[in-house]
Design a binder for this molecule. Structure first.
Ligand code: NAP
Ligand code: ZN
Length: 346
């Protein structure tokens, strides 16, 4: 067993405390990682506040992990000590079902093992990346390209793949009009990916505050959703609307912005159910869809693509003792555009 410092919440909504936990002894196919950076995703906050009702406490959140390999098990050939690596939302899956076999481990029939707030197939509770060390099965570790800074790359492990995967699945590219709703952690990476994929990108944000930076990141157009005229101006325009908002929206209003055959893809995950009129779909053969992160192969593909295209998160690097404050700021949409914890300060 190896001891490591972590930040954990003892119970729902409690402030973070610094403590130590043990990581398992390395199995033959395990990799130990010295974590250098971990992003703060809004999902960490939903979990730590037990908004989805499935919290296991005490909890160590964190699923946007980058660091350096410090030890490898005897059968590991893919990684060596010193490699720059990342770990995202999950750390195991059955490996045998049709979804695992095609690289969609996140939809594993047996149930994927989450990096935190999960339970391994051996009954071990998982603790995530707000930590200095983690032990992960090699197949669930990805390589961070040398061209990417490890801090700015960490949000790619969740926010990046969560936006890249649906943009590819719904064929964002030349000739396609994509709207990104919510310019937060996921949204600002969605804008960059949709732009380098060749789509025409529109940001729909609550206010005009983030216009200049959105255009710099590759958006072609920017509108405030607080302005009612936005919805009349943009009626029936988009092929894809990627909704990254953590709260419930007026779904009918957003569906009215879709062309015939357009799709509203939800990646934002509010706790309460959405409501909409079926007539908003029928009137334009429209679809409502959802998407959950992305598989391991696709995560590696996304990182390599990000490395080539220069896509990375715009971050605010914070000390470990500022996480409670960072959570409050994320809840106020006051983040440009992702908080990342510097684990050397833990
Ligand atoms: P975030 O950084 O807080 O960004 C969300 C953005 O949504 C905010 O910056 C804000 O953008 C907008 N927003 C917030 N509250 C709003 C409201 N009441 N009405 C309208 N717009 C609002 O969060 P994130 O880390 O990007 O995560 C976003 C959501 O995706 C969360 O629910 C998270 O759990 C979920 N998620 C899902 C997956 C998946 O696999 N499906 C993966 C990761 C995260 P503006 O200021 O621009 O309006
Ligand atoms: Zn996340």
């Amino acid at each position: 067993m190896c001891k490591t410092h972590v930040l954990r919440v003892p119970k729902a909504n409690a402030p973070f405390e610094k403590t130590m936990i043990e990581r398992r002894d390395l199995r033959s196919n395990d990799v130990m990682i010295d974590i250098q950076f971990c992003g703060i995703c809004h999902s960490d906050i939903h979990f730590a506040h037990n908004e989805w009702g499935n919290g296991i406490f005490p909890m160590v959140p964190g699923h946007e992990i980058t660091g350096v390999v410090s030890e490898v098990g005897s059968d590991v050939t893919k990684f060596t000590v010193g490699d720059r690596v990342g770990v995202g939302c999950f750390v195991d899956s059955c490996g045998e079902c049709e979804y695992c076999l095609r690289g969609d481990e996140q939809y594993c029939t047996k149930g994927v093992v989450m990096v935190f707030n999960g339970m391994g197939y051996d009954g071990e509770i998982t603790y995530g990346g707000y930590s200095q060390k983690i032990v992960v099965k090699d197949e669930f570790v990805v390589r961070v390209p040398d061209s990417l800074d490890l801090a700015a790359a960490s949000p790619l492990l969740c926010a990046g793949i969560t936006t890249y995967s649906p943009l590819k699945h719904w064929n964002a590219g030349p000739g396609k009009k994509v709207a990104v709703v919510g310019m937060g952690g996921l949204g600002h990476l969605a804008v960059q990916f949709a732009h380098v994929m060749g789509a025409e990108v529109t940001v729909l944000s609550q206010t005009m505050n983030k216009q200049e930076e959105s255009l710099e990141m590759g958006a072609d157009h920017y509108y405030a959703t607080s302005d009612p005229e936005t919805f009349s101006k943009l009626a029936k325009q988009f092929d894809i609307i990627l909704n990254t908002v953590s709260a419930n929206l007026d779904v009918d209003a957003y569906l009215s912005l879709l062309r015939v055959d357009g799709t509203l893809v939800n990646v934002g995950a509010p706790a309460k159910p959405d409501q909409y009129s079926v007539f908003s779909l029928i009137g334009g053969r429209r679809s409502i869809a959802g998407s959950n992160v992305g598989g391991i192969r696709e995560t590696q593909e996304m990182l390599d693509f990000a490395g080539e295209q220069g896509v990375a998160a715009k971050i605010e690097l914070i000390r470990a003792d500022h996480v409670d404050e960072a959570y409050e700021r994320v809840l106020r949409s006051d983040v440009r555009y992702r908080f990342v914890i510097d684990m050397s300060t833990l």
